[in-house]
Design a protein around this ligand. Sequence first.
Ligand code: NIG
Ligand code: FE
Length: 394
Amino acid sequence: MLVVTGISTLVTNDKSLERGKLGIINNAAIVVGDDNKIVWTGESINLPREFASVAINVDGRAIVPGFVDSHTHLVFGGDRANEFEARMSGKTYSAGGIRTTMTATRAATTESLTNNARRLAEEALNTGTTTLEVKSGYGLSVTDEARSLQVASTITTETTFLGAHVVPPESKIDDYVNLVCGEMLTQCTPNAKWIDVFCDHGAFDVDHARAILGAGAKAGLGLRIHANQLQHGGGIQLGVELGVASCDHCTHMNDADISALADTNGRTVATLLPTAELCTRSKFPDARRLLDAGITIALASDCNPGSSYTTSMPLVISLAVLNMNMSCDEALWSATAGGAAALRRTDIGSLHIGAQADFALLNSSSHVHLAYRPGVKLVDAVVRKGECVAGALA
Ligand code: NIG
Ligand code: FE
């Protein structure tokens, strides 16, 4: 059992409380039961007496649900600091850089891939991320993709097969699509929950993406898509047609894309990745257009060595507010409950009774600091499944 009191602002995202979208309780307490689920939330003054004797007082700091980072590429070898440096001197970003990381990933030992992914997962945890989705996509051969998913499965249950990231240099596109839909899918499915395709300029077109996602669905995998990052295309429309859980990036959108997503009534989430725009000096998508249309937005880090080498969800929240016209409350919701929706999970991203006890203790009295103080360490402690796994509550 874990009992925390003295919480100035408790963000629950619990709709049943009827306290706005964030379900904020001030001067709050929270109780985690022995099954590591939330058993009580409310004002400290109403905390049942039996809990009070074991309570930890956090002295007026804020608690928010743990961040759900629903889009990362943590399994890779090497880095691309040289490419980043060249880009900052005027070169443009392209999908081709993925092949540089493919070479480093194929050359890496499984132990070093695992250690690197663990290091990044630990970095994410320390900034408040309690759930990570992790994709393959830098192996691009049957053995290297299967190995990447095996590594990913040591980090999370939210694993995604992204064999269709780009075509490797030794293959022709049609042969490679057949391989992804055939032997590679067979070898990767045991360690994958989802399948994803990079449907964009320099990667896969809509017809190839449709074939690959169709094969994945047949194999029992959930669907997601990288769409409209580098240019406008049919990826979002395809995602909606196939009922994907999430269309990710959505940097280039027209009115038809927006109404297609809106018509799903939240079934297909738009996952926005503002650190990818930041690190490629691209134009940020206007989240306000999506919110006004009623689209559910998730925010995620896209952590990868090419376009977004960061694990920081507080930075993502900050950028979404400062550059994408989201309010502080909307951005926090999208980085927690929105991420859970993108993974079709109801047990995380929210601190309702019965939810998994995943939360972050901030070093301030208000969750607004997540946007207001960009780039600063704001998380004092992280609780995952009822256990303090980073920092200290007291
Ligand atoms: O999500 N868009 C495709 N994949 C990654 C980038 C991969 C890379 O450049 O290594 C992304 O931004
Ligand atoms: Fe990505």
